[in-house]
Design a protein around this ligand. Structure first.
Ligand code: WTA
Length: 658
């Protein structure tokens, strides 16, 4: 039996950016892209120097890279205060009075912060944190909702060299506690409560529960989003302090000093820790440092989102994920962009909310996730069609493979066949986008995540490390270090080495399976651990799921294997239907025929289970590990479920036996 991953689904459609789009794009042709890519690989130092000219260094770098497996250092010898690139440099240009953040709260309230205002808020908080005794190198936990203050908090930490660890506001008290304990955070920044689907998430209350079981937190700073009438909170004397009280009414002397002459830090100074779920066991504290991370976020934002004066750019991710770090905060602000930020749920008060936000503010670039796109498909086109989306000019996707069906829906119904789509592949560990099609430079193929970005030496290889042939499935690896790569896992160099560098000699293993087609386009077929083995064929989860989702009744699907005495592995698929579709036996028959046709009879599911919802991580990824357990009839879950969005979904799946 071959150990190669097969690929059955072929997608031949190509979508070319319009001439008009390419004419105005930063990179307007494939030839230009290819030349920049060549330079980035052959003369990396020149490439990065030219492309980071806008960034502010206090002392310029002496050496571009130093690489001793597994530790890489970039821009050695440089010193900088990263926030000068994101804030100060804009204060001496027209950007000073331009919106840095246009924020809409879930109830509909709107706030705009110009670059001047954002800078002022950042230095005030930064000064206040030093008053609390925070010094460079201290860890600060941030447990907040989607309010501008969350971005202000991150930047304030960076201003004084404190290392932030943002914990997504949807996490439980236990998850927060574990992350605080692992990072040893000294101060926690939180808020009284956050809006979510019309109700209040009591963040401060959960923070209290978490802090009660930690030893390192000395101060808790509370931002007032709700007000005491709506969300009374208990303030613990000596430990808790209101954000407003801490800042005082006027910028302090210290704030004025920090505004004028911020301290400079080494290029490799730790900027942030961000916990990402390992497939089992405790979360990994991915560590990013300063100059390399900033360079990666800056250069990719500039090229991938093709930012222009007048753009209003909206990344819908939560600030608690890496996408929020790189593409709401550091990347866009370092480019001087105006960023839309929305507090609440996409379906509050109704499933038309995103489209109303776009219409109301005139959003031009939308960057969202396949899981959201599939939810919109399920809710129906009318919600989208009701809004005026003529301001949009570019769309993006991130987080999971986007199935061609969802891709074409996004292109047609949201983009009105007018907006290019950038499908961006990357990871918390990579820090910035690694694969995509630059919007004016290359055609897209629905479902393919495109070509390598600058400096990214990425390949699909067999187990022994040789390159796969075109279209042959294998492991996705990166063969040389890149500036925004994670430097280690917090307090766990060994796990870092084992997780990413020990799998294959001298290369970074992404954990993903992929193939590269005859045009050099990459197709991610799913996590290697999830690859299915059906009747001797090895196939990625994305193939089966895409095939199912291309049936007109299906909104979303997840495929997993279950141990089978005869076949080794039986195929179980979980299917969510579009609204108005009935879950009948007849439909099961039709879906089976559909798989026969799209993939082959060997891939006929042994079991099709209809469900209202799939278990997902809080960032929207399907948790196949849990579905495997459900499929094999386990009554209880083994591993960690702290990243699961809704525990009820699991119970329901178990109860919904055929
Ligand atoms: C998956 C999110 C296919 C992939 C930025 C990766 C994708 C993991 C894509 C990282 C994409 C992300 N196409 N798969 N465009 N983007 N993934 O750390 O499996 O939350 O390894 O970073 O998501 O997820 P993370």
């Amino acid at each position: 039996m071959s150990d190669r991953i097969e690929s059955r689904l072929k997608e031949d459609r190509r979508f070319q950016p319009s001439r008009e789009f390419s004419a105005h794009a930063r990179v307007g042709s494939h030839a230009e892209y290819a030349e920049l890519y060549r330079q980035s690989i052959e003369e990396p130092e020149q490439f990065w120097r030219a492309q980071t000219q806008d960034l502010v260094f206090r002392t310029p770098p002496k050496t571009f890279v130093e690489w001793k497996l597994p530790n890489a250092k970039f821009f050695l010898g440089a010193t900088l205060n990263l926030t000068e690139s994101c804030l100060d440099r804009h204060l001496v240009t027209q950007h000073r009075t331009r919106a840095a953040i246009v924020w809409e709260g879930e109830p509909g309230d709107v706030r705009t912060l110009t670059y001047f205002e954002l800078h002022r808020e950042v230095v005030r908080l930064a000064a206040a944190l030093t008053d609390l005794g925070v010094i460079a190198g201290d860890r600060i936990a941030i447990y907040m909702g989607m309010v501008p203050e969350a971005a202000i908090a991150m930047l304030a930490c960076a201003r004084i060299g404190a290392t932030h660890s943002v914990v997504f506001g949807g996490f439980s008290a236990e998850a927060l506690r574990d992350r605080i304990n692992d990072s040893g955070a000294k101060v926690l920044l939180t808020q009284d409560g956050a809006w979510r689907r019309g109700s209040v998430v009591p963040l401060k209350k959960m923070a209290d529960d978490a802090v009660a079981q930690t030893k390192t937190i000395e101060k808790v700073v509370v931002y007032r989003r709700m007000g005491s009438e709506r969300t009374p909170v208990e303030m613990r004397e000596g430990r808790d302090v209101w954000w407003d009280d801490l800042l005082g009414r006027h910028p302090s002397e210290k704030a004025l000093a920090l505004a004028k002459s911020p301290p400079a830090f080494d290029a490799e100074h730790p900027l942030f820790i961000l916990y990402t779920s390992g497939s089992t066991g405790k979360p990994k504290g991915v560590l990013h440092t300063t100059a390399g991370y900033l360079a990666g976020a800056h250069v990719t934002t500039k090229f991938v989102f093709d930012l222009k004066d007048g753009d209003l750019y909206w990344c819908t991710a939560d600030i608690g994920w890496v996408t929020g770090h790189s593409y709401i905060v550091y990347g866009p602000l370092s480019c001087g962009a105006s960023c839309m930020m929305y507090e609440g749920a996409p379906n509050f008060p109704d499933p038309g909310r995103f489209w109303k936000v776009i219409e109301r503010h005139g959003v031009t670039i939308l960057y969202t996730a396949p899981t959201a796109i599939r939810a919109f498909i399920r809710w129906g086109d009318d919600w989208v069609n009701k809004a005026d989306l003529s301001s949009l000019r570019l769309l993006g996707s991130v987080g999971e493979p986007i199935n061609p069906e969802a891709w074409t829906w996004y292109h047609k119904v949201v983009g009105k066949d007018r907006c290019p789509i950038v499908d961006t592949w990357w990871q918390t560990e990579t820090g910035s986008i690694m694969l995509t099609t630059l919007p004016g430079a290359a055609y897209s193929k629905p479902g393919s995540t495109g070509l390598p970005l600058f400096g990214v030496d990425i390949a699909v290889v067999r187990d022994e490390g040789q390159d796969c042939a075109a279209n042959e499935g294998g492991k996705l690896v990166i063969r040389r270090p890149w500036p925004s790569m994670a430097r280690t896992l917090w307090n766990d160099d060994e796990r870092y080495l084992k997780s990413y560098w020990d799998v294959m000699p001298n290369v970074y293993f992404t954990g993903d399976g992929a193939r590269k087609d005859e045009d050099g386009y990459f197709w991610v077929v799913g996590r290697i651990d999830d690859v299915l083995n059906v009747a001797g064929h090895r196939i990625g989860t994305a193939e089966i799921e895409s095939a199912l989702a291309s049936h007109p009744s299906v909104a979303e699907a997840a495929a997993v294997g279950k141990p089978d005495d005869l076949k080794g592995q039986a195929l179980v698929v979980f299917v969510t239907l579009k609204q108005g579709q009935a879950a009948t036996k007849e439909l099961k028959g039709k879906l089976t025929e559909h798989i026969d046709k799209e993939i082959g009879k060997f891939a006929r599911p042994d079991q099709i289970r209809f469900t209202d919802a799939l278990p997902k991580t809080r960032s929207g990824k399907i948790m196949r590990r849990l579905l495997k357990e459900v499929a094999s009839g386990a009554l209880e879950t083994k591993g960690d479920t702290s990243t699961l969005e809704d525990l009820g979904v699991l119970a329901k799946l178990r109860a919904d036996e055929e």
